[in-house]
Design a protein around this ligand. Structure first.
Ligand code: F6R
Length: 613
């Protein structure tokens, strides 16, 4: 949420900034702007709304000439989306311009202080305080670098900042704490950005800035400073993603592309975390000695990642016989969890930057628990802060609603279960080998779940049900956890109210909501509980519900007798079945969203990376 791009070089900055910001659209935004240095002045263009509006306003950047600039996409936190509140913000005397991702928590105090020093404010934002604070120090120190250092020392909260000064036409200063920022090494040009896709077209050599890092750069020089103000060196990390990996690659939407990338994401993650028929989990080491002392595992995450945790409870408890508790990160941090050396806290996050999840992780660290992060973005804040990290290899996920990252996180749940269960002797060798073999076949089975024929069936179901306003997802055991993800997908993508219930719970209240034509999506793939779920299906049918069933191929005929519509998935080893079950629910929501005219890649009010509490 919020995207930053900065450029200095010999080319025109504005088109590069606009293009980079477009690559960061996935982070979510409601306004955008650029500030470019030209003819001894800072020229700002900004507007509420989509980047297309900013492109139009600036003639795709050519209306704002100059070779040094900063750009920003804003996701409103302090003050409504508006031109005034958009970044870049310029200080009272026009000396300093700033773009910011994060929240300055003490901005009201600073605003008062700056007002009494004669500074004025044109917006409701916390960021404008930073612009004025840097100017305040600049007027006393006469040097941008020192002014930024002094200003940053007064800030409380989170920030990635790109700062330019009208008297310093060749340099950009950037600094970060608790919000992501990378530096891109170019030839005769340099960059900053919130994320790699923004600059991948121009350079593959990047440095991930640490909290407290400050960088001063021109087109042909760069100086890094650590939190103590000491000069440091950064060795560039080479990014080997294909450029097309960050673009749509022929699909109508990023989400559909990412749905189709799931087999590859699973294959890549498997390759990274297994070797010679064994689960290795990369570099982490959980010894028998350590695991014997673990009394409880918490799985802490937000949204879909939390629903992976809900599945993880079933998967890990069954295979490892250790109590597992999934907890929402936003609740965990304020719930005084009972933690200590005998607790393993597993943190799941695609972005590795989710503010609530990061805070929960820090809480767990400070209470002496061992923390294990499952993260997709290499070098992200969560990856850095955890005791151990397992990387999913989903590649960049651009659509706001997660699909392939969810699938790789779920894969890691199986792998962890096998790894821990094997060490603890609770996962028997025969089953271990069977599951390992089934894992190799999983990518092909996912491809089989999204053949053209099956996609057409899902689309037909979406067409049939897209006008429903209230939907219930029901299932038992792992199917109930899959229902939670299915329900979230429908809410976030298609703006349809839906609820997920453990099927057995219906008669304890929610069944009173079932009336003629209410849509119930019943997930029934768990063999031991199939009949029980079918009883619940009959209960809702008897009250007039319209039931869409989702089951495995082998139950097709049996379930078809009862439900109104049916989607099936191939059958795999029962432990891995949730990986196939979720796919039709992703696709169904995608098509319902399209049928309702929704923006599937960028649903309203949502951000990809939720870096504020
Ligand atoms: C839903 C979705 C969100 C994220 C959640 C956590 O489709 O994408 O619910 O799962 O915001 O994000 P990460 O995994 O980046 O911590």
């Amino acid at each position: 949420m919020c995207g930053i791009v900065g450029y200095v070089g010999e080319r025109q900055a504005a088109p590069i900034l606009l293009d980079g910001l477009a690559k960061l659209e996935y982070r979510g935004y409601d306004s955008a702007g650029v500030c470019v240095f030209f003819n001894k002045q800072l020229h700002v263009a900004k507007t509420k709304g989509r980047l297309a509006a900013l492109g139009e306003m600036t003639a795709q950047g050519s209306g704002v000439p100059g070779c040094l600039g900063i750009g920003h996409t804003r996701w409103a936190t302090h003050g409504a989306p508006s031109k005034e509140n958009s970044h870049p913000h310029v200080s009272t005397n026009g000396k300093i311009s700033v773009v910011h991702n994060g929240i300055i928590e003490n901005y009201l105090f600073l605003k008062e202080f700056l007002r009494s020093a004669g500074k004025t404010f044109a917006s409701e934002t916390d960021t404008e305080t930073v612009a004025n604070l840097v100017e305040y120090h600049y007027e006393r120190e006469g040097a941008l670098f020192t002014a930024v250092k002094k200003a940053v020392a007064m800030l409380e909260g989170s920030y990635a900042l790109g700062i330019v000064c009208v008297d310093d036409p060749e340099r950009i200063v950037a600094v970060k704490k608790d919000s992501p920022l990378i530096f891109g090494f170019g030839k005769g040009e340099n960059f900053i950005a919130s994320d790699v896709p923004a600059i991948l077209k121009h350079t593959r050599e990047v440095a991930y800035l640490n909290d407290g890092d400050l960088v001063v750069f021109s087109k042909d020089s760069v100086e890094f400073y650590n939190t103590l103000g000491e000069r440091t060196e950064k060795v560039p990390e080479h990014i080997d993603w294909e450029i097309t990996a960050a673009e749509k690659g022929g699909y109508p939407h990023f989400m559909m592309k990412e749905i189709h990338e799931q087999p590859k994401a699973i294959r890549d993650t498997l390759k990274n975390l297994t070797q010679d028929g064994r689960v290795t989990l990369g570099n982490i080491e959980l010894t028998r000695d350590y695991l014997s002392g673990v009394r409880r595992i918490y799985i802490v995450a937000c949204g879909s990642a939390y629903y992976v945790g809900c599945l993880g409870k079933y998967i890990l408890e069954k295979s490892c016989r250790i109590p597992v508790e999934p907890v929402l990160a936003s609740e965990f941090r304020y719930s005084q969890p009972v933690l200590g050396e005998d607790t393993l806290v597993i943190i799941i996050s695609q972005s590795g930057e989710t503010a609530d999840t990061l805070a929960a992780l820090r809480e767990a660290n400070s209470m002496g628990a061992r923390t294990l992060a499952i993260v997709n973005v290499v070098g992200s804040a969560i990856a850095k802060a955890a005791s151990d990290v397992i990387y999913t290899c989903a590649g960049p996920e651009i659509a706001v609603a997660t699909t392939k990252a969810y699938s790789t996180q779920l894969l890691v749940m199986y792998l962890l279960a096998m790894y821990i269960g094997d060490i603890m002797g609770t996962f028997k060798k025969r089953e271990y080998d069977e599951v390992f073999q089934a894992l190799q076949a999983l990518p092909a089975l996912i491809s089989e779940t999204i053949t053209q024929e099956r996609l057409a069936e899902m689309q037909a179901c979406a067409a049939r049900y897209c006008k429903h306003h209230d939907v219930f997802f029901i299932g038992r055991n792992v199917d109930s956890a899959t229902c939670m993800e299915g329900s979230l997908k429908l809410k976030e993508l298609a703006y349809v109210h839906s609820e997920a219930y453990a099927a057995g719970e219906l008669k304890h209240g929610p069944i009173s909501l079932i009336e003629e034509n209410t849509l119930v999506i019943a997930v029934a793939t768990t063999a031991e509980l199939f009949d029980k779920t079918m009883s619940n299906v009959k209960e809702v049918k008897a009250r007039g519900a319209n039931v869409l069933g989702l089951t495995t191929e082998n139950y097709r005929e049996e379930i078809a007798k009862t439900v109104d519509s049916l989607l099936t998935v191939p059958k795999t080893h029962p432990l891995l079945q949730p990986s196939l079950n979720v796919i039709p629910l992703q696709v169904f929501s995608y098509y319902v969203a399209l049928a309702r005219g929704c923006d599937v890649d960028k649903p309203r009010n949502l951000a990809k990376s939720v870096t504020v509490e």
